[in-house]
Design a protein around this ligand. Structure first.
Ligand code: BES
Ligand code: MN
Ligand code: ZN
Length: 510
């Protein structure tokens, strides 16, 4: 889809050329006595457009306007969330008319950069159509979106627009890969997607490891999960080099279970199809790289994706089996369905070699996190306050929110076992936290955060589909790292989060 930023005064809206025009209204209304101002005043006075965020009023071939479809949409006080809400409901009234060209008019009285961002995100989100295995689906007709603002030359507005357009490209990339069925998104295909990203975009490199290389690295936990499947595992290493060679990278680790049937600890049949979404962490890493390639920020980022299926065959790992992770810690696999943490722990150990300034893993890790936070906020776990705050702030600004969860050592009690350094499950209680405590054992070399996206990565029911979250959060976070560095005085040290020095219960043997 093609986005454009364009200067348009509200007073000139009537002669604006497009298939559909959405005018986002705040309480300020539209001053003047032109066609739009009169229409808005009339709609408000008559009570036909109540001042309530998300309320809309639609017109067909309105008198005096060039557009065929005009929608007035109330955006309350104009904050980002209400802009999104207004545009989403406006699209609801327009969808059946399938306009190819849509213009969104934003005018005074709102934080323009934030509103522009929200408008771009909402327009992309509302009009996305999955196509890979449903070519018969109504193709996406919306091909051009113009964001019309009072001054398109304003630098902050232009920057917000450019970043937003790059971000939605990343979100859509994540959605498309998240939505693909497992037979169209095997570990091999995921690796090929990463390779084609690197082949077509600048500053991106990719390296793909197979079972032999992974065995050589000693990733016994990852191998253990993959061994029950006919599909070969892939370990995908992406690099985006936008910063100085010497600058420590931020590492993103994405859980890439392309299908999770649970293994021998098999899942119930109902809704098992949704476990094709168990690679949404990986998809969010790919999507973030897609966005980085567009936005080209001055930062170094590494993406790590352990990709495999969690299946059963005669070689599948059995409950009680003990594997040795790359860190040297032995793990008793008491439940083969707690596989995400097993593939992630080896990827986290692998992250050490990059001397990272921070490592963030993204995973559809636990049903318990869905119970705790539902579909609104992702779970955020980190012992590093600065990192946790930066990620929460990014989530709020990007309308892709998360919520910090605790990491008290008491939560790790249940992971103790007589047969290995650690077990892969604790009890049922606080399951999202025990999973995070398990991962934390592999992160003593760098500041670390974990995002449990099990509740937010996809929607079930009739709206079933990937959301592309948390690409918005991640891109905003990475951008904020660059921005805070650039804001720092030149001779000061680069801004870093303070490494969390925490004691592990057991030393990591190598
Ligand atoms: N991929 C699932 C987590 C999941 C389940 C996400 C349902 C979204 C919806 C994960 O691999 C898993 O199976 N976790 C288990 C862990 C348990 C065995 C400790 C879970 O949450 O039930
Ligand atoms: Mn599982
Ligand atoms: Zn899983």
């Amino acid at each position: 889809m093609n986005f454009r930023l364009e200067t348009l005064a509200a007073s000139a809206a009537a002669s604006h050329d497009s298939d559909a025009l959405v005018v986002l209204l705040t309480a300020d209304g539209i001053p003047g006595n032109d066609a739009l101002a009169r229409l808005v005043a009339d709609a408000r006075d008559s009570g036909d457009l109540p001042a309530k965020p998300g309320k809309t009023l639609a017109f067909y071939k309105p008198e005096g306007f060039s557009v065929r479809h005009l929608v007035l949409a109330d955006a309350g006080d104009g904050d980002a969330r209400k802009v999104r809400q207004a545009l989403t409901s406006a699209w609801g009234t327009l969808k059946s008319a399938s306009p190819a060209r849509l213009s969104v008019l934003l005018h005074g009285g709102i934080d323009m950069p934030l509103a522009v961002r929200a408008a771009v995100a909402a327009a992309a989100d509302a009009s996305y159509v999955y196509s890979v295995t449903k070519p018969s689906a109504e193709p996406r007709v919306l091909s051009q979106v113009a964001i019309a603002v009072p001054d398109a030359e304003d630098a902050p507005v232009r920057q917000a627009f450019d970043r937003a357009v790059g971000t939605v490209a990343g979100i859509e990339f994540a959605k498309e890969w998240g939505n693909r069925p497992a037979n169209h998104a095997t570990p091999t295909l995921l690796a090929e997607a990463a390779q084609s990203l690197a082949g077509t975009r600048s500053r991106i490199q990719v390296e793909v490891l197979g079972p032999r290389e992974v065995a050589k690295l000693g990733m016994g936990a990852f191998l253990g999960v993959a061994q029950g499947s006919e599909q070969e595992l892939r370990f995908i290493v992406l690099r985006y080099n936008g910063g100085a060679k010497s600058a420590a990278p931020t590492v993103l680790v994405g859980k890439g279970i392309t299908f999770d049937m649970g293994g021998i600890s098999i899942k119930p049949a109902a809704e098992m199809d949704e476990m094709k979404f168990d690679m949404c962490g990986a998809a969010s890493v790919l999507g973030t790289f897609r966005a980085l390639a567009d936005i080209q920020p001055a930062i170094n980022v590494v993406g790590l994706i352990p990709a495999c299926e969690n299946m059963i065959n005669g070689r599948a790992v059995k409950p009680g089996d003990v594997v040795t992770s790359m860190s040297g810690q032995t793990i008793e696999i008491l439940n083969t369905d707690a596989e995400g943490r097993l593939v992630l722990c080896d990827a986290l150990t692998y992250a050490e070699r990059f001397g990272p300034r921070a490592v963030i893993d993204i995973a559809t890790l636990t049903g318990a996190c869905v119970v705790a936070l539902g579909a609104v906020r992702a779970g955020l776990f980190s012992a590093d306050d600065a990192l946790a705050q930066a990620l929460s702030g990014a989530g709020e600004r990007a309308l892709d929110p998360c919520w910090r969860m605790p990491l008290d050592d008491e939560y790790a009690e249940g992971l103790k076992t007589n047969f290995a350094d650690v077990a892969n499950i604790g009890g049922r209680m606080g399951g999202a936290i025990t999973a995070a405590k398990f991962l934390q054992r592999f992160t003593d070399k760098f500041p670390w955060a974990h995002l449990d996206i099990a509740g937010v990565a996809w929607k079930g029911g009739t709206a079933k589909g990937s959301t592309g979250r948390p690409v918005g959060l991640l891109v905003e976070y990475l951008q904020s790292v660059v921005d805070s560095r650039e804001a720092a005085v030149p001779d000061s040290k680069p801004v870093r989060t303070t490494p969390a020095k925490k004691k592990l219960a057991k030393p990591v043997k190598r």
